[in-house]
Design a protein around this ligand. Structure first.
Ligand SMILES: [Zn+2]
Length: 411
């Protein structure tokens, strides 16, 4: 929806009381997103262009997370004649499998790895995507871009696993490329995007460098690094390994949000909140099965970044019905326990979704618009960014709430 159309809908409501449908309402809401991965939000059209350009450089085979056998990456990509073919290859929609999701990343990440211009352009297009959905504040995770570029470390190059053209890429250069792209996009679209750097659960030796980078770039607004995470698994899988880096981050005042209780159990949520002192938990669904733990997390002030479609598509949300029973989603148990919860898209390109749709899912699951608005406010409250930037976002949300639903605002 173009800006003038948005204005027309808002004006129509203000003048004639024309109540927009849920989709329009969710689209127009100035949204805050705390949990979205840059690589999970890559622009498929640009990915397809890069894939064709770099076809000869793509790995012939990689181990499939689903079958454990060789997956012919180059042949699969080569067989795509049109963008639609490629889009089918890089989505796991309908498979309800985290492993199927990982295979998508295995196919498309090699198209970007090592190409800092592509990383910058993807970061810029990420802002365009967020602006289109009226996401005015975002904290995004350049998750796989980071290890992707670190794969250019000498010992991995010796393996000859990926491209041999670039030998001097370092994580600092990756952060710089992402920052350049984000700043260009934010300036053009008038939105705010900050960064969260991810440690990788199975590569604890990288975590110290992540803390160093977060420290170095934490005041570099706009598009600063505002926190750290552990992705590609959960910190609770082997907590001792990452503990020193997170202890240091805590001492330095670097904020943390941790993937926990998505595929892992409730003890991972406990580790995240109470051992690693994470202010936020990515997903955290496993905590919903343990009322005592949930209560303790609420008392601690922990925030849960819920990703509805992601939880359905990866199988992190367990259900046996044919169709997803949205009114029984763990989100509801979290809200009943008084938890601060936000709505997020996680990997929108891979799940073929966006934040507007995620809000619609919540409305279909039985949340009222007022409750959905509150989740958006919760996200803002739990954001790590610069307070001045956040104040501006609050003003936008307040203005929207006042214009679209003045009765509930004054109630
Ligand atoms: Zn995630």
């Amino acid at each position: 929806m173009a800006p003038d159309e948005r204005q027309a809908v808002r004006a129509g409501y203000a003048t004639h009381g024309e109540r927009p449908d849920d989709k329009t309402w969710a689209h127009l809401l100035p949204k805050v997103e705390l949990h979205v991965h840059l690589d999970g939000a890559f622009d498929p059209a640009l990915l397809f262009e890069l894939a064709k350009k770099r076809l000869g450089e793509l790995p012939e085979n990689t181990e499939s997370a689903v079958t454990g056998k060789a997956m012919a990456v180059r042949d699969k990509v080569a067989s795509c004649e049109k963008l639609e073919d490629f889009e089918k290859l890089i989505t796991c929609k309908g498979q309800r499998s985290l492993k199927a999701m990982l295979d998508c990343f295995n196919i498309f990440l090699p198209c970007v790895r090592g190409d800092l211009n592509a990383v910058e352009e993807m970061s810029y297009r990420f802002c365009c995507r967020q602006a289109k959905e009226n996401v005015v504040y975002t904290e995004e995770f350049p998750r796989e871009v980071w290890p992707g570029l670190v794969r250019y470390s000498p010992h991995l190059l010796l393996d000859g696993e990926y491209f041999s053209g670039e030998t001097r890429l370092d994580p600092e250069a990756a952060v710089a490329a992402v920052t350049r792209g984000l700043r260009r996009g934010c300036r053009e679209h008038g939105i705010v995007v900050n960064q969260i750097l991810c440690c990788i659960s199975f590569q604890p030796s990288w975590s110290t460098a992540i803390v160093d980078l977060a420290l170095k770039h934490r005041d570099a607004f706009p598009c600063a690094v505002v926190g750290i995470d552990v992705a590609a698994g959960e910190v609770g899988d082997d907590p001792a390994q990452h503990a020193p880096a997170f202890q240091r981050a805590n001492e330095l005042g670097i904020k943390a949000t941790l993937h926990a209780g998505e595929m892992g159990g409730p003890e991972n949520v406990r580790h995240a909140v109470f051992d690693f002192r994470a202010a936020r938990v990515g997903h955290g669904y496993a905590a919903a099965d343990q009322p005592e733990l949930l209560k303790a997390c609420v008392a601690e002030g922990a925030h849960f970044e819920v990703c509805p479609t992601s939880s359905q598509e990866t199988g992190a949300w367990h259900y046996t019905d044919d169709k997803p029973p949205w009114p029984k989603h763990p989100l509801h148990a979290m809200l009943e326990a008084g938890a601060s919860v936000s709505i997020n898209s996680d990997d929108p390109s891979v799940f073929v979704t966006d934040l507007t749709e995620e809000f619609c899912v919540c409305l279909r699951a039985g949340l009222t618009r007022q409750e959905a608005l509150q989740l958006n406010r919760n996200a803002l409250q739990a954001a790590f960014g610069d307070r001045k930037e956040l104040q501006e976002v609050r003003r936008l949300i307040d203005a929207y709430a006042m214009q679209m639903d003045p009765v509930s605002v004054s109630a």
